[in-house]
Ligand binder design. Structure first.
Ligand code: URA
Length: 237
């Protein structure tokens, strides 16, 4: 149970500065259960709170956990330099509540990207100690051979890594495509492993994190959704 004033609630949800949120309340822009609430001093229970702002009803969320089907041509960094940032694919209030991507996909990599404003969740999910398998589908420039698959499974030496990195699993999907599962999240890892094994990655898509698959979420390119508790629990396995 947690009670807060409406201006603080709106600010926490990313609607703007405290002053702007106070103005929204005073101007009668916010209603709860069909009643306009313009009293800034009133403390309101946030558990399961639904409020209406700008004609849309919103659920109060202490934190947001988001899955995005990342299209190509977007950067995951907080200060994108060469391409638009992935945050530009989400409603503006997520930027204001400091939503960040959990780990990074390259600008040309597509597929499942987690995003959140929960620092603990971001840290746990991106920690190397948290061995969450991630499944990628990689297209290759040269035909896939059994030797390539064996090489990726045995491990390849990348120049700035002390030990060889091996795929948890790897199989050929078709003559120019492999499915590869990795537990680490090193910089350009799939591309560098393929290059070290003598091939070249031409397209890369992440299709699964833990037991959560992109197919389950049914997101079109560039589409996002909130993850519920059941979906979040699939991420730890
Ligand atoms: N490996 C890569 O090479 N790139 C990604 O974006 C993710 C994994």
């Amino acid at each position: 149970m947690s009670k807060q004033t409406l201006e603080r609630i709106l600010q926490s949800q990313g609607w703007g500065t405290r002053r702007y949120c106070r103005e929204l309340v005073e101007d009668g822009e916010v209603s709860i259960a069909g009643e306009t609430v313009s009293d800034c001093a009133l403390k309101i229970e946030t558990d399961n709170l639904e409020y209406t702002l700008f004609g849309e009803t919103w659920l109060f969320r202490e934190h947001v956990y988001i899955a995005l089907n990342k299209p190509p041509g977007y950067e995951c960094s907080r200060k994108p330099s060469h391409h638009p940032g992935v945050l530009s694919l989400l409603p503006e209030q997520f930027t204001l509540r400091d939503v960040q991507s959990v780990g990074r996909l390259d600008h040309d990599t597509t597929g499942l990207l987690l995003m959140s404003d929960d620092g603990t969740f971001i840290h746990t999910q991106s920690s190397p100690k948290h061995h969450v398998p991630k499944l990628y589908v990689a297209s290759t420039h040269d035909p896939v051979t059994p030797e390539l698959v064996t090489h990726l499974l045995r491990g390849v030496k990348l120049h700035d890594e002390p030990k060889p990195l091996a795929a948890v699993s790897c199989r050929m999907i078709d003559p120019y495509q492999i499915e590869i599962v990795l537990e680490q999240g090193k910089y350009h890892q799939v591309k560098r492993m393929l290059a070290a094994a003598g091939n070249h990655c031409t397209e890369l898509c992440r299709t699964q994190i833990g037991k959560l698959t992109l197919d389950q979420l049914q997101l079109a390119d560039g589409e996002w959704c909130y993850l519920d508790a059941a979906q979040l629990s699939l991420l730890s396995a």
